[in-house]
Design a protein. Structure first.
Length: 112
């Protein structure tokens, strides 16, 4: 995909989703890593596997955040009802959607 094709109005939905997916991947990395990823624009937009993985990463991380928020909210409510509530259960002990695996593979493909 060329720069002109990317910014074409007919690709507006693709561009919007792509930017959400790619920025989601880059959000937790330092500036140098983000710049390295940006410089691989051509490689990224021409590779369906990378595009699919970036999108899947965002979807899975959104689901994980939603699940964590629900657990956190429940714990907060229990604590507010009973200040002696047992909070030893690990909030991060829930089955995950393997978003971390997607992130690790994408890091290997785009950064290393």
């Amino acid at each position: 995909m060329t720069k002109d094709e990317f910014f074409s109005t007919k690709n507006e939905e693709f561009r919007k989703e792509f930017l959400l997916d790619l920025s989601n991947f880059c959000k937790c990395y330092v500036n140098d890593v983000c710049n390295k990823v940006i410089k691989q624009f051509d490689k990224i937009v021409s590779n369906e596997l990378i595009l699919d993985m970036l999108h899947e990463l965002r979807i899975r991380e959104e689901k994980e955040l939603k699940a964590f928020t629900e657990s956190f909210s429940w714990r907060l409510g229990e604590y507010l009802d009973d200040k002696n509530y047992d909070m030893s259960y690990n909030l991060h002990n829930n089955p995950t959607s393997h978003a971390g695996s997607y992130r690790a593979v994408l890091y290997d493909l785009l950064v290393k």
